[in-house]
Design a protein around this ligand. Sequence first.
Ligand code: NAD
Ligand code: DAU
Length: 334
Amino acid sequence: MKKIMVTGGAGFIGSAFVRWELAQHPDLHIVTFDKLTYAGNLDNLKDVDPARHTFIQGDIADREAVLAAAEGCDAIVNFAAESHVDRSILGADEFLETNVRGVYNLAESAKTLGTARLLLVSTDEVYGSIESGSFSETDRLNPRNPYSAAKAGGDMIGLSYFSTFGLPVLVTRGSNTYGPYQYPEKVLPLFVTNAVDDEPLPLYQGGEHNVRDWLYVDDHARGIDCVLRLGTPGEIYNLAGGNERENITLTRRILELTGKDESLIKLVPDRPGHDRRYSIDATKAHALGWKPEMDWNEGVAQTVRWYQDNEWWWRKIKSGEFRAYYARQYGTVK
Ligand code: NAD
Ligand code: DAU
């Protein structure tokens, strides 16, 4: 591959993927195509070499813009999405537009251009919650919130283009991802940055013991790279972190690392339809040669340190659009 298009590459995981690809593949050129929604941020790409990277602001639901940007690319890797569950509960229009229609548009565009690979970055949330054991790629989908339902819709429309038209579509389904440059609406950066400011950590009451499987962002980027290059078209690959933790465990680790005490924990009303546990089996991706490498304790420590050292990155976010969202989502958390 000489040139690939990364949609949603100005977001959290997409920007880590761009950095990873450019570092690993010296002859590669990347076209990042991103709408720059509230979650898109060119600061995330500040260190990439402009000689090997082109940025285009655009919407994946805009056919003409996608066709123009994807022309001549050997692959499209899609990270573009509305990605936050709580926002999808407040209103899901944009989730349907981007996560379903946008993916349909990418598939149509790839079909028109004859793009060699279309990789759709998806999520373990499409399987829903599981009490014991882990979901494999052939398990039935059971998304339980508007975000994950829209992601499942995108997966299905994409895979239908493989069955119907032979379009070389691949799907990855990753676990909860953590690391630098994550928009501070997600639990880990929200709790770290609130703790730094001695603000309450709004832990969902009743969800303290809910379990998420944590995957370090560079491990996730490596997994997507592996599937892009070695995966079989038409197939789905789970990318698990192998680090299942209760939310209260993560919260306590953040407090420990920031030197704050448990009085900062504030139990707030639970997320409606809060999935209790996510767990996926990544045997199929392991067979391609991928395995996550980051130790959870070390990864969380490094991540907390990054937010402590990079207030320039998150303070301007938290003083912008974020404030209105926070007030709407949490009311006055005292
Ligand atoms: P993010 O919210 O940080 O970034 C999303 C990016 O997509 C932003 O840069 C945004 O500007 C862009 N975007 C949104 N709508 C667009 C549109 N219509 N056209 C073009 N660009 C658009 O998200 P993230 O956490 O980096 O997640 C990336 C992908 O990985 C998503 O598809 C998400 O479903 C999936 N995923 C995320 C996680 C996680 O824990 N964060 C885990 C598994 C899978
Ligand atoms: O599992 C993969 C998914 O992980 C991705 O597909 C999503 O894009 C990503 O946002 C993430 O979804 P979650 O809903 O699991 O992540 P979030 O950070 O929103 O919440 C993680 C857990 O923390 C969840 O059990 C809810 C809880 N939580 C979250 C927030 C924001 C709280 O207790 N309080 C909070 O304020």
